[in-house]
Design a binder for this molecule. Structure first.
Ligand SMILES: [Fe+2]
Ligand SMILES: [Fe+2]
Length: 280
């Protein structure tokens, strides 16, 4: 019996080239630097609210860890036998830069809020190893990989936009960071959609089934986050950096309804982009 979320082998296909005459996929990126956070942190008049600091610790640690894990996904993709197009790698390069920047920003914030060095944070995170064994069947070709990535980035956008309200109690640097990360995650989602529509438009009708498999996988009792960057939105709200939970990667997540709504929204985005880019 196949695992929930495993696509049939027939669903996998080689990387696609854009049809002749169609413009190359766009990669939109807005660069910013952690020094901006330093300025906001130093100019803050009041110290962060202690209750907010305690309440948001787990959420901040989880975001920090998952942003760190982007390097695991990059390394995994480079080792895979699946064919990924030059356009995919152009998008991935900007994505990886942004995710590394998110990690640096969250590390800056966590270190100052909880009085640990950034070197110590990096050392603790580097003790973990990723495990893609359950996730790999969902990433069997460029189309499926991009649908999963676009879905994940949209869910991250929603999570950061939601968190921005509570993080505002941590001061201007936290507010700025959450706002910029949410903006970047949405750009990542749209860059991936642009790539999908320009290179694999004929497969768009398959996207709904891929998303359904992803949500079934993400919400199945067997699934747990394993430092893979993708699908960190699990439905189990506990774990801290110090937790003794048997799974060191468990983290805060979104509700099933929220994930399903992200899926529906992604489908709408895909077809809206399709009608803009490939009007028939
Ligand atoms: Fe990110
Ligand atoms: Fe992202």
């Amino acid at each position: 019996m196949s695992r929930p979320g495993s696509p049939s082998p027939a669903a996998c296909a080689p990387a696609q080239l854009p049809p002749v005459g169609l413009p190359r996929p766009r990669v939109r990126q807005i660069r910013w630097i952690t020094a901006d956070l330093q300025e906001a942190w130093e100019n803050e008049a009041a110290p962060p609210c202690p209750r907010a600091k305690a309440a948001l610790h787990d959420s901040l640690w989880h975001s920090l860890a998952t942003e760190y894990d982007a390097r695991h996904l990059s390394a995994f993709l480079r080792q895979q036998p699946i064919a990924l197009s030059p356009a995919f790698w152009a998008m991935e390069r900007a994505w990886a830069e942004d995710e590394a920047n998110h990690y640096r920003g969250l590390s800056f914030l966590y270190a100052r809020l909880y009085d640990v060095s950034e070197a110590e944070i990096a050392a603790r995170l580097s003790e973990r190893s990723p495990d893609f064994s359950l996730l790999a069947p969902l990433l069997c070709d460029e189309f499926c990989l991009c649908v999963v990535l676009a879905f994940d980035e949209l869910a991250s956008t929603r999570a950061y936009a939601h968190d921005a309200v509570s993080y505002s109690a941590l001061g201007a640097a936290a507010r700025l960071l959450l706002r910029r990360m949410a903006r970047d995650e949405l750009l990542h989602c749209h860059n991936t959609i642009d790539l999908l529509v320009r290179t694999q438009a004929r497969r768009l009708p398959e996207a709904k089934a891929v998303i359904e498999r992803v949500i079934a996988h993400d919400t199945s009792p067997q699934f747990s986050y394993r430092a893979t960057f993708l699908l960190d939105q699990i439905i189990k709200p506990e774990i801290t950096a110090e937790s003794t939970d048997s799974n060191p990667y468990n983290a805060v997540g979104l509700s099933v309804e929220s994930l399903q709504d992200c899926g529906r929204r992604l489908i709408r985005f895909l077809y809206r982009a399709q009608s803009r880019i490939n009007p028939c």
